[in-house]
Design a protein around this ligand. Sequence first.
Ligand code: CA
Length: 234
Amino acid sequence: MSSLLIIEDDELLRDGLCAQLAQAGHGVTSAPDGETAQTLLQSQRFDGVVLDLGLPKISGMEVLRWVRKRLPALPVLILTARDGIDDRVQGLNAGADDYLTKPFDMAELQARLGSLLRRSRLPAFGGSLELASNNTSRYLRVDAHLPQAWLGDEELELTQREWALLQLLVTHAGRVVSREDVLETWQTDPVEPGAMASNALEVYIHRLRRKLADSGLNIRNGRGLGYMMETAST
Ligand code: CA
């Protein structure tokens, strides 16, 4: 059973979400605003969060940034307005793992949430992966089980999807990883429409590049084929 936190100010929607997710076998706690959510997140452990971006007082985006600072590995699915393309991009940039636009289908929410939760506890393969460039002594180390990675002694703040992407790139270092490989690894279910998926991927690549800025490692564009992790000096 997964323990979920639903942050939504619309009472009808909140109650509906709670009832459906409880029926699906999850342990569900809800919060009508960001302050209540922060209090809950400081006192309880959750496996996943559904976060409405349109909240009163503290905005959903602020809650998201707050969560990412403290709980970088906690899977977060955001709910955005139908025409909120900026919100979606901003949300993904701020560390959301996935999004749904309102109104959404409850079965789709369950599928996407299930996918995030599966990935967050997937014991894919043992140990950790290490990669180092030629011109720095700071090894990049990626845990194979947990959404964690370190650059030297410093832990990187990564979302679930960033970690999955990084793990894939490190596993295939020196070879091109295709968009399809990444999307398959993300296990988006149902698969996102192509355009949005590739835009999201660009955003994630951009974020990983920033986080690896001092590593001597480089994520190169593979001429429309995909992306390749390489040491900066090659
Ligand atoms: Ca709202």
